[in-house]
Design a protein around this ligand. Structure first.
Ligand code: ATP
Ligand code: MG
Length: 295
């Protein structure tokens, strides 16, 4: 079974995260073989992205959400970062600025949506407005509860104008989060990643889980599916994400645009230019030779 089928949230289904093993890995895969596979996928990803860019007809939006230390940065680094930076933009959505907060919650998101030919990667997204905002009661229930439909409508309008959307929830267990926090503590090069709120937010694990379950259940659609990726094993996470992104791009059946010029005519022009160049060089050579002769 393809990972896209295995980990896709079927539209209309109810997600129970405690029933999904965050430490899952395929029996017949191991870290070493996965590394080779990921390399192949990322190479293909680069080719497909070039095609998307050349074709210039549609765009790709990849949304990453997770609990803290869930591996969003790592996924960008190891998988998505292999694309050509000319055609990719990464957006990290943090606490809204005063200007952003003074607009509707989709305002800052819509501005970052990818233009045709481009890929946008969202490190956090509009889903924060039904996650952190809900968990901490930044807005009342009557406000956040309407956002699921607003999000579905918004994503539909992007899809209708040629944006392909894939959304990954990187699923880690509570124990794995703590292990990763410890790793950050043990490694001075990771100290900058530690934030006071890490442990504060951890207390809300169950509330976040509930909020994620609702977002995953209510907003996985045919045009913008959610995938729940078992992410305790980073190598398995990278393998699954890279395979799904490649498969999504392959399914677009993209083609290089037809040349806007007559290639035969241009070939003739090229040969003519080549001949002229040879003649020019020949003359120069003769000139040099003449100088040499005078000395
Ligand atoms: P990450 O943990 O994703 O790598 P970070 O640690 O580099 O990000 P932080 O500033 O810690 O950066 O995380 C961004 C913070 O912004 C998160 O706590 C997130 O919940 C919060 N945030 C994002 N969008 C919103 C929003 N719409 N409303 C309120 N808070 C938000
Ligand atoms: Mg953080």
């Amino acid at each position: 079974m393809k990972y896209s089928d295995r980990f896709r949230v079927i539209p209309g289904s109810t997600v129970r995260l405690d029933k999904i093993d965050a430490a899952f890995k395929d029996k017949d895969k191991d870290q070493a073989s996965a590394l080779d596979e990921v390399e192949r996928y990322t190479k293909r990803l680069r080719e497909l992205q070039y095609l998307l860019y050349a074709e210039g007809k549609r765009s790709l939006l990849i949304i990453l959400q997770a609990m803290d230390a869930g591996g969003k940065d790592g996924t960008i680094n190891h998988v998505l970062g292999n694309m050509n930076p000319q055609g990719v933009k990464v957006y990290g959505f943090k606490v809204p600025s005063a200007e952003e907060a003074a607009h509707d919650f989709l305002w800052r998101i819509h501005k970052a949506a990818p233009q045709r030919g481009q890929v946008a990667i969202f490190n956090r997204s509009h889903y924060e407005d039904v996650l952190v905002s809900r968990v901490h009661g930044f807005v009342p229930k009557k406000v956040w509860s309407k956002r699921y439909d607003l999000i579905n409508d918004f994503e539909k309008s992007l899809a209708d104008s040629g944006t392909h959307i894939i959304k990954f929830y990187l699923h880690i267990s509570e124990e794995e989060q703590l292990r990763r926090f410890k790793k950050r503590l043990d490694d001075p090069a990771r100290h900058w990643k530690i934030s006071e709120s890490d442990y504060e937010e951890r207390k809300y694990w169950d509330d976040y889980t509930e909020a994620f379950q609702d977002a995953l259940s209510r907003c996985s659609t045919g045009h913008a599916p959610w995938f729940v990726i078992p992410a305790n094993h980073k190598w398995f996470r990278n393998l699954v994400v890279s395979q799904i992104v490649v498969e999504t791009l392959e399914s677009l059946k993209m083609e290089f645009p037809k040349p806007t010029v007559d290639i035969r005519e241009v070939k003739e022009k090229y040969h003519k230019a080549e001949e002229e160049e040879a003649v020019k060089n020949g003359k120069k050579l003769k000139g040099k030779d003449r100088k040499k002769g005078r000395k």
